[in-house]
Design a protein around this ligand. Sequence first.
Ligand code: NAG
Ligand code: NAG
Ligand code: NAG
Ligand code: NAG
Ligand code: NAG
Ligand code: NAG
Ligand code: NAG
Ligand code: NAG
Ligand code: NAG
Ligand code: NAG
Length: 664
Amino acid sequence: MNVSESCWKLRPAILLWILIFFCGSVLLFIDYRLPYREMDVKMTLIYPLKSTDHKIPIRENLRGYLIKTTGCRIPDMDPFDPTVREYIYKENPIKCNVTLPPLVEANLTSLSVIKSSFKAYKIKYLDVFVCCYFVFKRYDPKKDEEDNDILINRTCVKFKYSILIKDEFVKVKCFYNGSEIYKDFFCFVPPKFEINNEIQNSMRKPLSILIAGLDGVSRVNLHRQMRKTMDILKNELKAVEFLGYNKIGDNTFPNLIAILTGLSEDELSQVCWSNNTDHFDNCPFIWKKYKQKKFVTSYAEDASWMGIFNYQKNGFCKQPTDYYWRTFSFTADKQIGNQILMNNNLCLGARLEYKILLDYIKNFVDSMRIYKKAFFNFFWSAGLSHDFLNYPRFGDNDFAKLFNYLHKTDTLNQTVLIFLSDHGIRWSGIRSTNQGMLEERLPFLFITLPKWYKKEFPMVYENLQRNSKRLTTPYDLHYTLRDLLDPYKLTSNFLKKRNQISSESRSYSLFDNIPENRTCDSANIPSHWCACQENVEIEVNSTMAVEATEFAVAYLNAKISDFKQCQNLTLKKIISAKVSFSGNISSLGEGAKKDFTVSFVTVPGDAIFEATVRQTFFKENGLENKELPYTLKITGTVSRLNLYGSQSDCVSDFHMKLYCYCNT
Ligand SMILES: *[C@@H]1O[C@H](CO)[C@@H](O)[C@H](O)[C@H]1NC(C)=O
Ligand SMILES: *[C@@H]1O[C@H](CO)[C@@H](O)[C@H](O)[C@H]1NC(C)=O
Ligand SMILES: *[C@@H]1O[C@H](CO)[C@@H](O)[C@H](O)[C@H]1NC(C)=O
Ligand SMILES: *[C@@H]1O[C@H](CO)[C@@H](O)[C@H](O)[C@H]1NC(C)=O
Ligand SMILES: *[C@@H]1O[C@H](CO)[C@@H](O)[C@H](O)[C@H]1NC(C)=O
Ligand SMILES: *[C@@H]1O[C@H](CO)[C@@H](O)[C@H](O)[C@H]1NC(C)=O
Ligand SMILES: *[C@@H]1O[C@H](CO)[C@@H](O)[C@H](O)[C@H]1NC(C)=O
Ligand SMILES: *[C@@H]1O[C@H](CO)[C@@H](O)[C@H](O)[C@H]1NC(C)=O
Ligand SMILES: *[C@@H]1O[C@H](CO)[C@@H](O)[C@H](O)[C@H]1NC(C)=O
Ligand SMILES: *[C@@H]1O[C@H](CO)[C@@H](O)[C@H](O)[C@H]1NC(C)=O
């Protein structure tokens, strides 16, 4: 074997990221600096919400709360709320950027040539057609090196129709009349343990863990996009859906680190990863504990150039788990990746990468069933969902199929399935709306326990269900995974005792009774990411309601001023006003924020608008704390709540149509 194809330095899309960042953060706003004024408003907690005196339905006012505890309230969001509806549409189906169909395919054990593709490849004479495969494997990087290199065996093993494969990763080439016509990559799950060494003893069988992740999908977006998957989860698998699962950090890394190690990013730096050039080998990943218990471990992730431990990081030195898919996906992506949309290649050759990943998961689980091995499998799919709000829809059938398969094959009779995301979408239009902002902080989480286990350990299930309506975090999920190392200890007595002695802590097992008065603070959720919101209706003629509304009207007029054919708008009436904030409203200090959502009528045209005006307090040098000045800005765009009809025929711009009242 010779070392080759090594040290692929990959920093290609940094410019792209910067571009995305700017596109994502073009929040339209005007920054006004206003003097501090005391809030002279009477606050009435509108809870539950009452219908107000206006005729048009303001959806938010009809909403209840999903999480309704002493410590946290999270509003129930309508996936198709008018304020976000414009961002929800059908995308064009993804097609791989290749002209020819696949010529070779793989099943659990073998490679075979797809005869029906011969025509497309103009293969007529089989005596001049041959394929062969190269075996490759991971090459452990040296200190400071990235986790990308492979060793490839230069012997190409020939086959014509099909061949049994005993290796994990192969590269395939096919030739017709001496010229290369096809290149592809395949992965298998060969046993990496002694077969038939299962000791039949009286010990109870452990529960395998299957963690299936879909990057960047809020709970609400999952409901929008993946109806079939939702249906299987809820109706067939009887999964528990967590309504108050709140992210603890901005992007994928901190949120998954919390699950996999129980540590925050800062703590991780102190404990095991001091330097961005370090590898993560010494970190206390939960899979190490499962490994100690003789579970077979596997970690598989698509879109691997921006991998959880590899994006601007160095990954691992020794491969972290028994099966490590990155070796395959990175290599294949480098050589046959195509159809790059925004960040990453969606396809490997003629196949969608997330589908290859799902097939791999199925093969992995099948193999473990055949070999009767308990497993811990963490897989993460970012390719499909990372960049586009409306792409997860394309994966709906495939995820539904996989979950259904796990169900039908009784895999889930001995496996805990955890289906989750890390956060909602972090850019694109919806992110600039109030709801999009909240969704971003609330990823989905579903947990499925074997039916018999729920019966035998009723308190586990009871608590799980109760906790689904409480504020929960990735740290809790970590604790839960620790509990599942020894699922048979979780008797009602054990849980009751633990509940009595446990003092308030940052994390709880989801099988424990999470305190009803838990707050973002006590759960260590930074207030910036806290989805617990207090909504307070304020008088429409109060100073802040009027100020916020006038600000919104001025904002509209500023937009309109570029269009000579549109008339200036004047405020006619404020319909409703409310303020939402997180944290303690009486201790607002520097950086504190309040969001005023106002709906109002303007003339001419009697247009009804809804705007969210954010008030941000800041401290200036020399000013007393009492005199906190603040800025106002529009978050997202201003929504039009009634139809504009022919009022705006004189403009074609989509957004201006909402605002423009044409000169006659
Ligand atoms: C390379 O592959 C060939 C064919 O499978 C095999 O005979 C040989 O032992 C392999 N070489 C190494 C170093 O594994
Ligand atoms: C996989 O494909 C090979 C070759 O076509 C076939 O002989 C084998 O039965 C297949 N195995 C499974 C599990 O389908
Ligand atoms: C193969 O290639 C040779 C030379 O390039 C050519 O003469 C021959 O006709 C080809 N045969 C087939 C079956 O295409
Ligand atoms: C980080 O690692 C690099 C390379 O090993 C080393 O040169 C540097 O001093 C380290 N920095 C810190 C803060 O440890
Ligand atoms: C598709 O492939 C063509 C030719 O290789 C290339 O020019 C084009 O940029 C690719 N498009 C995408 C979206 O990857
Ligand atoms: C499910 O698992 C339980 C406990 O391990 C076992 O008793 C039962 O037979 C299994 N059922 C099926 C359908 O495999
Ligand atoms: C929740 O209630 C417990 C006991 O009543 C109390 O000790 C704890 O401080 C409370 N936590 C918060 C965050 O208010
Ligand atoms: C707002 O209007 C109500 C009823 O019209 C009135 O009682 C109240 O004093 C007004 N508040 C302010 C701040 O003007
Ligand atoms: C519209 O309003 C802007 C600012 O409020 C003002 O400068 C402008 O003169 C007005 N235009 C008309 C036609 O009234
Ligand atoms: C809110 O902040 C004020 C002022 O700092 C403090 O007196 C009050 O106790 C706080 N309330 C809560 C519920 O933390």
